[in-house]
Design a protein around this ligand. Structure first.
Ligand SMILES: Nc1ncnc2c1ncn2[C@@H]1O[C@H](COP(=O)(O)OP(=O)(O)OP(=O)(O)O)[C@@H](O)[C@H]1O
Length: 773
């Protein structure tokens, strides 16, 4: 026989504690030697007393651990957490992040031992349910079926069991954590959706531990699915190995009882509007706790019949209180004086429970004969079959739930899509694609900017009750993430656009400045060009003047030579006839044979023109005359001695025109256009004047040699024509070529300098010169 283990734990409180602990005793401290009501016992002795500084780990290691591990040997165990609301029952059971509850520590130790035990194979099944207002709710059911209540039935062995309770098979610590988590979520959901108050219900987590010593089973389980157990036939096939097997079965109950405070307490709570509901809750709680206390009291006093059937709680806990179970009650009390009455009540309950003795027996079956083993395995298989059936039902329920969630998820996805579409409709087009007109206007294009559609409105979150599926939450998160990404992309592109815009503005400014500079340079260039043109004009004028002077000098020189020659001819008059004398006066030497024709021709020539247009190459004449003297009369050749008549004409004309032009230039605007106009008019005048000169010559030289017209042609034409001289009347007409003309010694002429003036202007001037020449 073994007494129920009872421990007490004081919850830490900001208020000073009225309780003190010494060893296994808890009593009122010095400040409160006497109880407030002045009566009753104030010192209690329990198996363990835990102060406010105690941790869950302390309670687990000293009280809970041995009880939990005993289940692996087939010993049932039950842990009650009894106490007033807010006294720390749930904290002790489930704990917090930094102080793990006794339940989680139990799981860890249990699985650690199971994994370390290589001689047994364990089957663990767990269930989680709550008793609220005497109704049983399975917390492992799908949320849609949470409202279904379960009944407590009695089997053939007069044992109570909850019919239809889900027994979830677990094979690892993670799986059992998942089951616990699912139960807690449903408990919370029931609290809100079904108006349950978790603190007003008794929560029971039950763990069935079965083990069998058989290596075959272990190997079989490892090879097969973890949830499948070998069939009886398979076990019989290995019958020899099963002989002598030990089978253990045990149940661990973790019971978080509802608060044990008085019902009247709820009446006084002014904030609670639904008084009737609270009254009903309190009544049921007190009723179940009363029956629990009664059962414990009767068991402790050992006074005959114990009424376990009075409440669901006592029915469920019967095996723990009446049978072979090892039971632990952890009393939770508040430290403050305010809760003294409730604390005393709790401690008294513990003192009664402490008296209860239970026959702690291990549920072990030693099977040495085949028949007994078959019966055991048959029973075992039946349980497993039921378990599999439940699993199938559960699976179907989950699948239905999954389908429903998928449908809900799909509808939510549709809503999100619709919402997104509406959002995008509302989005302003932040970046307007520039038109071609804009691009030409600004000469600016931002490649790759494109259209960016960004919403500034957050995606509306659906109501809380719609968010049952993780997919929905993920979709919302993804949508939000997309929105953030779009916004960040938009910011980047916007920044680039602003930078490009800034660059464009700067470029435009630079362009304007450069245009202004170009205009200034153009102005300067025009001024310089005008100045250069003027200078060149002046230079050409000077040169022309100089040339004219030189030519005048040359003419004077040749005239003097002619006079000299004439004098010489006169001096040699004996050898020259009268006609030749006459010709000489006309500055022409004529063959006697051609005197008639020549005289006629010469008579038509104006003397002045002859004087101006014929030039005697003194050296040539001398040479020819010498040759003439040396040769026969018949071989004497006619030499036409020409003097460039146009020099006289053009010289005079040029002088006059250039003087006029210079005077015009001084008074007129020197801009390029005016300058060109002046030149054009100048050239036009030249063109007008030249034909008259040419005509004049033609008229006066019709009988003369036609080659005289070459005087007004370009040097190239002149040269060409000179090279194509033909013989007249069988006699070679030898005309002084340009070369021969150049051989005439001339006064040195200053070379014409074109300078660096504009080329077009040079061309014009050159053409003008050519025309003049
Ligand atoms: N030992 C402790 N150390 C620190 N905080 C504690 C401790 N015990 C309880 N608390 C805190 O006190 C509050 C109430 O505790 P808890 O919910 O466990 O009480 P309860 O007895 O389960 O109440 P109810 O019967 O209403 O469910 C919780 O916030 C819990 O975190």
């Amino acid at each position: 026989m073994e007494n129920i283990q009872v421990a007490v734990r004081i919850r830490p409180d900001p208020e000073p504690s009225i309780w003190a602990i010494h060893d296994q005793h808890i009593f009122l401290n010095n400040q409160m030697r006497k109880p407030p009501n002045g009566q009753g016992r104030t010192t209690f002795a329990f198996d363990h007393c835990f102060s406010q500084d105690s941790k869950n780990a302390d309670i687990y290691s000293k009280e809970v651990k041995s009880l939990v591990l005993g289940s692996t040997n087939g010993i049932n165990g039950t842990i009650f957490l009894y106490g007033q609301t807010g006294s720390g029952k749930t904290f002790t059971m489930l704990g917090k992040e930094n102080d793990e509850g006794v339940l989680l520590q139990s799981f860890k130790d249990l699985f650690a031992k199971i994994e370390a035990d290589l001689n047994k194979t364990y089957v663990l099944r767990c269930s989680y349910f709550e008793i609220y207002n005497e109704q049983i709710f399975d917390l492992l059911k799908p949320s849609s079926k949470l409202q279904e209540t379960l009944q407590v039935n009695e089997d053939q062995k007069k044992e109570f069991y909850v019919k239809g309770l889900i027994e979830q098979s677990v094979s690892s610590i993670n799986e059992i954590f998942e089951v616990l988590k699912r139960g807690e979520i449903n408990r919370h959901y029931a609290q809100t959706a079904m108006n349950h108050n978790s603190s007003r219900s008794h929560a029971i987590f039950r763990l069935q531990v079965q083990s069998i010593t058989n290596n075959f089973i272990r190997q079989y389980r490892r090879e097969q699915s973890q949830h499948k157990f070998p069939t009886l036939e398979q076990l019989e096939a290995e019958n020899n190995q099963l002989k002598g097997a030990m089978v253990t079965e045990s149940v661990l109950n973790f019971v978080d009882l509802a608060g044990s405070e008085k019902v009247s307490n709820h009446f006084e709570d002014a904030e609670i509007q639904d008084t009737n509901r609270r009254v009903k809750e309190g009544q049921y709680i007190n009723k179940s706790l009363f029956f629990l206390t009664q059962v414990i009291y009767l068991k402790a006093e050992d006074k005959g019949h114990v009424p376990f059937r009075n409440s669901s709680l006592t029915k469920i806990l019967k095996s723990s209180l009446d049978g072979s179970s090892r039971t632990l009650i952890i009393l939770c009390i508040n430290a403050a004086a305010l809760h003294f009455d409730y604390s005393i009540s709790t401690l008294r309950f513990g003192m009664n429970a402490k008296k209860i003795e239970t026959k702690v027996l291990a549920n072990i079956n030693y099977q040495n004969d085949d028949e007994a083993l078959k019966i055991l395995l048959s029973d075992y298989e039946k349980k497993l079959h039921d378990f599999e059936k439940i699993r199938v039902e559960e699976k179907e329920g989950f699948e239905q739930q999954l389908n429903q969630l998928q449908i809900e998820n799909q509808s939510l996805q549709n809503r999100i899509s619709t919402q997104n579409a509406e959002n995008f409709k509302c989005i302003p087009k932040l970046y307007k694609e520039p038109t071609w007109a804009d691009r030409f206007k600004h000469d600016f294009h931002c490649d790759g900017a494109g259209d960016i559609l960004v919403t500034n409105t957050k995606v509306k979150k659906p109501p809380q009750h719609d968010c049952q599926g993780k997919l929905v939450l993920n979709a919302l998160k993804a949508s939000e993430q997309n929105r953030k990404t779009l916004l960040s992309n938009y910011e980047v592109v916007k920044k680039q656009y602003l930078q490009l815009n800034e660059y464009y503005n700067q470029s435009t400014l630079r362009l304007q400045q450069q245009n202004e500079q170009i205009q200034c340079l153009n102005l300067q260039y025009n001024k310089l060009y005008s100045y250069a043109s003027e200078m060149k004009q002046q230079l050409n004028f000077d040169v022309k003047q100089l040339e004219n002077q030189e030519l005048e000098q040359m003419i004077s020189f040749y005239q003097s030579q002619l006079l000299k020659l004439q004098i010489e001819q006169q001096a040699r008059g004996q050898s020259m006839d009268q006609k030749k004398q006459y010709d000489v006066e006309q500055f022409r030497l004529v063959d006697q044979k051609e005197d008639v024709v020549d005289v006629q021709q010469y008579q038509q020539i104006d003397l002045d023109e002859i004087m101006q247009s014929n030039m005697v190459n003194v050296e040539m004449v001398k040479e020819k005359e010498e040759d003439h003297q040396n040769q026969s009369v018949e071989s004497e050749e006619f030499f036409k001695i020409e003097f460039p008549t146009y020099l006289h004409h053009s010289n005079n004309f040029t002088k006059q025109t250039m003087n006029e032009t210079a005077s015009q230039l001084t008074v007129q605007d020197l801009s390029e256009i005016n300058f060109k106009n002046v030149l054009q008019s100048f050239i036009s005048e030249m063109d007008v004047l030249q034909p008259s000169v040419s005509t004049h010559h033609k008229n006066n030289s019709t009988s003369c040699n036609k080659k005289q017209t070459a005087k007004y042609k370009t040097p190239d034409k002149l040269k060409k024509q000179s090279t194509s001289q033909t013989t007249i009347r069988g006699k070679q007409n030898i005309e002084p070529t340009r070369q021969s003309f150049n051989n005439i010694p001339k006064p040195k002429v200053r070379p014409r300098q074109n300078g660096n003036a504009n080329e077009e202007l040079s061309m014009l001037l050159n053409n003008t010169e050519m025309s003049k020449n």
